[in-house]
Design a protein around this ligand. Structure first.
Ligand code: SF4
Length: 195
């Protein structure tokens, strides 16, 4: 299949470490364009660090990358009332839905055949929650969602190898201010050790 015959896929990318193995897997079957839409990431310096790492890697790989505006106020508006939800709870479902709905909208606008997300490569995320968000976004915008669990068949291990190979910056929290606080609490508890 020549590159032109392959279906065009818009891949939502959460960060460079998660994206490497997903792109590797998709490239043989699809013409992939990357879409870095993550207004959940806090603070803005962290957002910029992750966006720049994706930009650097996409340039090296020769893949088109779209980075829309950083719409953090809208993200905070949507998750209002869910500030104390634990990670993997309802706040994450809203966060996934927001990011994948925008991906679906942009995919339709850009005449892509389908969209997918790198979010399923992380063992810290609930795959079915990501799939539900993707399928709902696909239905809303009338486009196909590729529900692929990228962590399977050694996908997560491969993402670690690619991260080492590229020397990617690796964050230690999911992205939002609330997950950052949880990570800090975990770090402090570890430093204190058992009483
Ligand atoms: S923990 Fe991660 S997925 Fe959940 S709301 Fe925060 S940034 Fe989004």
């Amino acid at each position: 299949m020549s590159t032109d015959d392959k279906p065009r896929l818009l891949l939502h990318v959460c960060c460079a470490p998660c994206a490497g193995a997903c792109l590797e897997r998709l490239r043989s079957d699809y013409q992939v364009t990357l879409f870095f839409y993550n207004p959940n990431i806090h603070p803005v310096a962290e957002y910029r660090a992750r966006a720049e790492e994706v930009r650097r890697w996409a340039a090296q790989e020769g893949v088109t990358l779209i980075i829309p505006d950083y719409d953090a106020p809208r993200w905070f508006e949507l998750v209002k009332g869910h500030e104390t939800d634990p990670e993997k709870g309802p706040r994450c479902a809203i966060c996934f839905r927001m990011r994948l709905t925008e991906t679906a909208r942009v995919a339709v606008e850009g005449a892509f055949e389908l969209f997918a997300t790198t979010l399923t490569i992380s063992p810290h995320k609930v795959t079915n929650m990501v799939f539900r968000a993707g399928q709902a976004a696909a239905k809303e915008h009338g486009i196909k969602f590729l529900a692929q669990d990228f962590k399977k068949q050694g996908g997560f291990q491969r993402s670690l190898e690619i991260s080492r190979q590229y020397g990617f910056y690796r964050q230690d929290y999911c992205g939002c201010i609330f997950s950052r606080r949880e990570a800090e609490q975990r770090r402090r508890a570890k430093e204190k050790g058992p009483r």
